[in-house]
Design a protein around this ligand. Structure first.
Ligand SMILES: *Cc1c(COP(=O)(O)O)cnc(C)c1O
Ligand SMILES: [Zn+2]
Length: 460
């Protein structure tokens, strides 16, 4: 963990930008004049209580040409020079320029493959469908992209010794806690996670336990955990790791940059993304807008947010043209447990993103998400229920001609299917509530007898 920025050959190249320090800070999304340093331990605007976002010194970033940025990012992509081979830290100047290399806590996040969903897409009548496999990551979800940034900033704060930090805390529907626990374990920072008892998968429960986090299982839902954790984060020495904290979104923003980069800097027509607390869709939008502002891309894709019908406050608000703002709902049971959220913190960010990207919101029932997941699995994927929600929504948008057959579509797969074995097992056992399984595949149990095996194979 010792390479310095000067040892990066791309960095050492004679570019004017190297003279001007890249800077980022926090500001209120409602436009208050307040600004705060990137490493503040405040998560809402002190003036209006609005959400905060990270702002970058775009003039400094403009000193490097769009072509030079693209070359720099391409030169670093998945290479070995630490930490620039990470999909997040390869874009460090755009993410968190003031974190020093030796303070970065990275597990080589990002750089995930784009799966060309050729057979599945063809069934839907799409020829250019891709699934961005964000779940192929250290802890099995896209949450690693944001957590590396947050934990690196905390690590820098601790090493500088200016703010005492005793623990990093989060409320979670499972994946955030797994990611926080892993990154904190790497850095030796205590982590505390609040989970809704009995509402997450076994794998998600085991991850933070294995990584030594303090796991508090509360008899409530995610929204109940979120209320408590926000209060806890007001205590001295407690740092908040939820996506209300805009540092997470800066890392997640690189999903947008990476997708465009993987298409040789071409912009797709559509991005479909599952949404719960709505930080990730906002991050996706922020990454695209930053590329546009810095001249790397000339157009924007449309964005579709996919929600589970059991937890659909954004969908309901969208149907009313976002008039009257967010009406929180009590989120019902869904296989898509990571998006079982009734009162999404980043709602105001998501509405802005949807308005900017000519976006749509659609929902999927339990039956729809499970069938879509099973259909995609038959074409080689291993779909988690949240990606199932996104695929079901994709199918609806194709069916109602919102998405046209020739358009290039990217579906953001947010987690690895291996984290949700109960979902898969129960589907194929026909035991999922509200689901009429059409694509069941069961093991054929046989005695260890050649003729019985031969007969079974040839019968099929
Ligand atoms: C966190 C999460 C989401 C939702 O992301 P938000 O930023 O909360 O909208 C979707 N899918 C999975 C698997 C997640 O872990
Ligand atoms: Zn404000």
């Amino acid at each position: 963990m010792s390479s310095t920025i000067d040892s990066d050959p791309a960095h050492a190249a004679p570019v004017a930008a190297s003279d001007r320090r890249h800077r980022a800070w926090l500001r209120c999304i409602e436009g208050c004049p307040t600004t705060l340093p990137l490493d503040s331990t405040i998560y809402r605007c002190p003036t209006c209580d609005g959400l905060l976002e990270v702002a970058h010194d775009l003039d400094a970033l403009r000193l490097r040409s769009p072509a030079a940025w693209m070359k720099l990012f391409d030169d670093r992509y998945k290479r070995t020079l630490w930490p620039y081979g990470s999909g997040v830290w390869g874009k460090k100047e755009w993410v968190a320029p003031e974190v020093e290399d030796q303070n970065v806590v990275s597990l080589d996040e990002g750089g995930t493959n784009l799966f060309w969903a050729e057979r599945y897409g063809r069934k839907l009548g799409l020829s250019d469908l891709w699934v961005k496999q964000c779940g192929n990551s250290h802890t099995g979800s896209f949450k690693d992209l944001g957590m590396t940034v947050l934990v690196s900033v905390v690590n820098q704060l601790i090493r500088q010794g200016t703010h005492p930090i005793h623990a990093v805390v989060c409320a979670s529907t499972g994946d955030t806690s797994a990611s926080l626990a892993a990154y904190c374990a790497v850095a030796g920072i205590p982590a505390v996670v609040l989970l809704p008892r009995g509402k997450i998968s076994t794998a998600q429960m085991v991850q933070p336990l294995a990584n030594g986090a303090m796991v508090l299982a509360l008899d409530t839902d995610f929204d109940g955990c979120m209320e408590i954790v926000q209060r806890l984060a007001e205590e001295p020495g407690i740092y908040l790791a939820n996506s209300m904290n805009p540092l997470r979104l800066e890392g997640q923003k690189t999903i947008a940059i990476e997708i465009v980069q993987q298409f040789d800097w071409e912009v797709p027509d559509w991005v479909v993304i599952p949404g719960g607390n709505l930080g990730n869709v906002s991050a996706l939008g922020a990454g695209l807008l930053m590329m546009q502002e810095l001249g790397l891309i000339g157009k924007l894709p449309r964005i579709a947010v996919a929600q589970a019908a059991a937890a659909n406050p954004l969908y309901r608000s969208y149907l009313k043209g976002f008039e009257g703002g967010l009406r929180p709902v009590v989120a019902g049971a869904t296989q898509a447990t990571a998006i079982r959220i009734g009162n999404p913190v980043s709602y105001p960010r998501a509405v802005r993103t949807l308005q900017r990207f000519n976006g749509v919101v659609e929902q999927a029932t339990e039956d729809e998400l499970a069938q879509a997941a099973a259909r995609a699995d038959l074409a080689g994927l291993f779909t988690d229920p949240h990606t199932g929600v996104a695929l079901a929504v994709l199918e609806k948008l194709v069916a109602n001609r919102t998405i046209q057959p020739g358009e290039r579509v990217i579906v953001i797969s947010t987690a690895n299917g291996l984290k949700f074995p109960e979902f898969k097992i129960k589907y194929h056992e026909g035991a999922l509530a509200g689901v009429r399984p059409l694509l069941v595949n069961r093991p054929v149990e046989l005695p260890p007898d050649y003729d019985a095996v031969r007969k079974a194979v040839f019968d099929r």
